[in-house]
Design a protein. Structure first.
Lengths: 465, 378, 120
């Protein structure tokens, strides 16, 4: 099982995965870096497809110099044979066998491959949380991160007149990116109250770089003359075949839409998001402890399953800088594990992780969705986009059929049983049902063709007690 | 599901009923089931009689006004058992002949007739037997709607409430249960605790050797209606159900659901309550399903889940009063047939509770039919 | 529908086509465009773009109709939500945001489960 050429498998080539892979390779560990995207960088450093020939990709990026350094180091390790970079492969299952791990992947064309490793580092990143509202399934309504990903990767826009809405630090860069790329920004709608930053002034002031970054975005918004409405929320999107307008309203102190503050804004694009959620499926299937917000790790980024580490957004959403710090710490811990030496965690990385986690928690506390958002979800609004389950059906399961937890709501309504397996609708369904978010077990991290599953080679009978 | 049905029939019989559930409705084996209401996999005997009674009661429930049948996705879709080889077909038709004498509708099918019932079946099968009575419900909805009906008849539902002991008077008579949320006094206690049925019996000082038998189900992406029209399985499924082996057994069972996905079972293994996901089991399920329906090779599995069937050593449930603990009744150990057998079980329990003549002889289901100790069982 | 490549454009021509603006922002020099068909209609595509990006460039944001008859297109843009399912070269339920467009691709919008191959 042990192959000298792939001792550490890193899943995900975003900031955390790259930092971990570079750290391990620097210490002469053979690394297999498996990533679903065609190019490294993850969501944060997503690059235009090489064939598009972008000569100035940094126009859609910030922290470009950090990225350039990461990329150059990756190229050097790949050239030296210390890192095997395998883009375009989705890991759908990681198996823990008696001696080591088996990673099963599929290409975008569903071609299966299998890789062995002695240690696994999960840097699987995050995806966007979107809470439902009437009209959110209309074409032209996209996630804020999705609009950004399509722009950065494919150099395309969904329309010409955009509203960016929701809550969270992602909205600013998305709005400035869309504006720079030629979209007209009809409004930026943020649910949070900027005054809430005052309550976290000390934590935030400890990160002058981040504040400068935010100030830079704000300046660009001004330059593009984007109207910014804080303490506001989108209460509905309108249209038949695609979004044509949104209705926004001011929020009162309790987080309810204030009556008579509603106004309609014409747009052909609504980019919306309410924060990020980690990808924890591979960890869950491996038996690692997870909660709805993270894969649980220790100070060395180790999960509770020996040989498995997690870093970056998968271990708790906190941004690219935190992901880099966690990736480096995880990489050093892996090196120690594989070489038998004592882990040498740089104290600067640990200090920076602590500070960045505090910063992320402060941002999280400021950027909460409106407290009573679920009240605005009409009974006929779909909450589960895959299975066409309405808010009314979810409420019926609670009031008439006695469901009091997310799993029972799912069983009784099919919300979360479709293609996306509840990744998108989970928070929305929980909110409408009035029950807490739950860790969902998803044995397959993505759909697997039965023909692939059927011919999946079984190296040994692992863990068949 | 069995508890829900017991509450439904007991409250309809006029009994004041409290339904106590440690988790949520359909939180146990029910939520991990496929919702089979089958006669096809049962050999003549008490279980088949219970299945025939249960099917009749399911039909009656489904036909009641108020849309119960539609709400629980009741479908009298029929079952189709196929044989790969002529020798299997001989055994299968002999088995069907015995079932027919016991009152089951069966239709023997030649190889050439299979495609009329299931156009996507693999070519080259030897033949099969059609069981028009086999039916299906969506199990979680079935349990929830039975509970809803039961509440209309006065049943009080207490979810998230765990039984911690069984209250007995000095003479040994059961007089209620103690829960983590207080005592409930009642002259009769029905044990419908599924895979935990043995634990509950132990609280009353009696042995009921209910064991978990793990099963995996693969779920495909939603498919158009009528790709798979019946519950289709291979003849070796019946042998696996009746087997005593602890080792892994898989026999392909393929059926569509109202919602679109096709469900692929059925594996059986005795591994305790191990929830470790086993890729190799799902791999064999996929392989065997494609052997039955080659078109499934082009279809994706979007999830898989596992559950634990509550199984008793002789593969019959325990139904009825326990003479070792007067006032205690059992309704558990239905293995993989609990959804199908729930209505009959509920009816028999209600009859036993009210002193009415039961529709079936309860002797084969006696809860005290097992040796008093583990050693005696060997 | 027809889109020139930026380098084909004569110098100093004002930018009037909105879909070229992101390409200009990063001073992209894509390879020559090629053609795919979407429900039989020819559509221009650039190498490196996903099927979803090609459709957005062509002004299309909806290409699937759900089982209950509602239009959908790309939503999450990163392969998580499965809203953007589309049939590419007779293979249904591909995620348009992940699948790279290739010259000559026969792309079909989807209804319902997408498996017309299995419907009777």
């Amino acid at each position: 099982m042990t192959s000298p050429t792939n001792r550490l498998a890193v899943v995900g080539a975003g900031p955390a995965g790259l930092a971990a892979a570079l750290t391990a390779a620097h210490h002469n560990i053979a690394v297999t870096l498996i990533d679903s995207a065609p190019q490294p960088g993850g969501q944060f450093y997503r690059q235009p497809a090489a064939a598009l020939g972008a000569r100035r990709p940094q126009a859609l990026h910030h922290a470009w110099r950090t990225w350039a350094r990461l990329r150059d180091r990756l190229d050097a390790h790949v050239a030296a044979g210390r890192i095997r970079h395998l883009p375009g492969r989705h890991v759908w299952f990681v198996e823990l066998l008696d001696r080591g791990f088996i990673l099963r992947t599929l290409t975008a064309d569903d071609e299966p491959e299998v890789f062995a490793a002695d240690a696994v580092l999960l840097a699987t990143g995050a995806y966007e949380k979107v809470l439902p509202f009437p009209g959110w399934t209309l074409p032209g309504v996209v996630t804020a991160g999705g609009a950004q990903a399509m722009l950065k990767g494919g150099l395309v826009l969904p329309g010409r007149m955009a509203v960016v809405a929701g809550s969270g630090p992602l909205l600013l860069p998305v709005a400035t990116g869309l504006a720079a790329a030629g979209a007209r920004l009809a409004a930026l709608i943020e649910a949070a109250d900027p005054r809430a930053y005052g309550r976290h002034a000390r934590t935030l002031a400890a990160h002058p770089g981040k504040l400068a970054e935010a100030a830079g975005y704000a300046g660009r918004l001004l330059r593009h003359r984007v109207p910014v409405l804080t303490r506001h929320t989108v209460v509905a999107a309108h249209g038949t075949d695609r979004v044509e307008a949104v209705t926004v309203a001011a929020l009162d102190a309790d987080g309810r839409a204030r009556p008579k503050t509603e106004r309609r804004i014409a747009c052909d694009t609504l980019a919306v998001g309410h924060g990020l959620l980690p990808h924890t499926d591979l960890a869950g299937a491996l038996g690692c402890r997870t909660d709805p917000a993270r894969v649980v790790v220790d100070a060395q980024q180790r999960t509770d399953v020996p040989g498995v580490w997690a870093a970056g957004e998968a271990a708790g959403v906190g941004g690219a800088a935190l992901a880099l710090a966690e990736g480096e710490i995880a990489g050093r811990s892996v090196v120690a594990h594989l070489t038998g030496e004592r882990p040498r965690i740089r104290s600067t990385a640990a200090t920076s992780r602590t500070a960045l986690r505090k910063f992320a928690a402060a941002l999280d506390a400021v950027h909460t969705p409106p407290a009573h958002w679920a009240e605005q979800v009409a009974d006929d609004t779909l909450v589960c986009r895959c299975e066409d389950v309405t808010a009314g059906a979810v409420r019926h399961a609670v009031t008439e059929l006695g469901a009091a937890d997310l799993r029972t709501v799912k069983l009784l309504t099919r919300a979360g049983m479709g293609w996306c397996q509840g990744r998108v609708c989970g928070p929305g369904v929980a909110g409408v049902a009035g029950c807490p978010p739950e860790t969902v077990r998803r044995p397959f991290a993505r759909p697997v063709p039965l023909s692939v599953l059927a011919r999946t080679p079984s190296p040994t009978e692992g863990r068949q007690e | 599901m069995v508890g829900a049905a017991c509450a439904l029939y007991a409250s309809r019989a006029g009994l004041r009923t409290v339904l106590v559930e440690r988790g949520p409705v359909a939180g146990g084996t029910t939520g991990a089931g496929e919702g089979n209401l089958l006669v096809s996999d049962k050999e003549p005997g008490p279980e088949l009689q219970l299945a025939l009674l249960s099917l009749r009661l399911w039909r009656e429930l489904a036909a009641e006004p108020g849309g119960f049948g539609a709400a629980v996705e009741y479908r009298a879709k029929g079952g189709l058992v196929v044989a790969a080889h002529p020798s299997d077909l001989d055994a299968l038709s002999a088995f069907a002949g015995k079932q027919r004498s016991a009152g089951v509708e069966t239709g023997l099918l030649a190889a050439s007739q299979l495609a009329d019932l299931e156009p996507h079946l693999a070519p080259g099968l030897a033949g099969g037997v059609h069981y028009p009575e086999d039916s299906q419900v969506m199990p979680a909805l079935a349990a929830a709607h039975c509970v809803r009906q039961a509440r209309r008849y006065g049943t009080e539902l207490r979810t998230g409430t765990a039984v911690t002991s069984i209250l007995r008077d000095p003479g040994g008579r059961v007089r209620g249960v103690r829960t983590d949320k207080g005592d409930i006094h009642a002259p009769a206690v029905v044990n419908a605790a599924g895979v935990r049925g043995g634990d509950l019996a132990a609280l009353a000082g009696v042995r009921l050797p209910v064991r978990p038998r793990r099963g995996f189900v693969l779920v495909t992406e939603p498919l158009p209606p009528r790709v798979v029209r019946h519950k289709v399985y291979a003849a070796d499924y019946v042998a696996d159900v009746a087997s005593d082996s602890a080792a892994l057994q898989t026999s392909p069972v393929v059926e569509a659901t109202d919602a679109g996905p096709v469900l692929i079972g059925a594996s059986r293994e005795r591994v305790g309550f191990d929830r470790t996901f086993s890729l190799s089991v799902t791999q064999v399920l996929a392989e065997r399903a494609i052997a039955l329906f080659p078109v499934l090779g082009r279809v994706s599995a979007i999830r898989a889940y596992l559950g634990f069937r509550p199984y008793l050593p002789d593969h019959l449930p325990a139904i009825g009063p326990d003479p070792r603990a007067p006032g205690l009744f059992h309704a558990c150990g239905h293995e993989g047939a609990g959804i199908g057998l729930a209505t009959g079980t509920g009816q028999l329990i209600a009859q036993a509770l009210t002193g009415a003549t039961p529709d079936l002889d309860l002797a084969p289901f006696r809860p005290d039919r097992f040796p008093a100790s583990e050693e005696g069982a060997r | 529908m027809i889109r020139r490549n930026p380098q084909d454009r004569p110098p100093n021509l004002p930018l009037d086509r909105a879909q070229d603006r992101p390409l200009d922002l990063v001073r992209a020099r894509p390879g020559p465009s090629f053609t795919v068909t979407v429900d039989g209609r020819p559509v221009d595509a650039l190498e490196g773009q996903s099927v979803a990006a090609v459709l957005w460039s062509a002004g299309t944001v909806a290409w699937r109709v759900t089982r209950d008859g509602r239009p959908r297109g790309a939503f999450c843009g990163i392969g998580v939500c499965f809203d953007c399912l589309i049939t590419v070269n007779d293979r249904p339920n591909r995620r348009a945001c992940l699948v790279a467009a290739a010259s000559g691709d026969v792309i079909r919008t989807q209804r319902g489960e997408g498996h017309d191959d299995l419907a009777h």
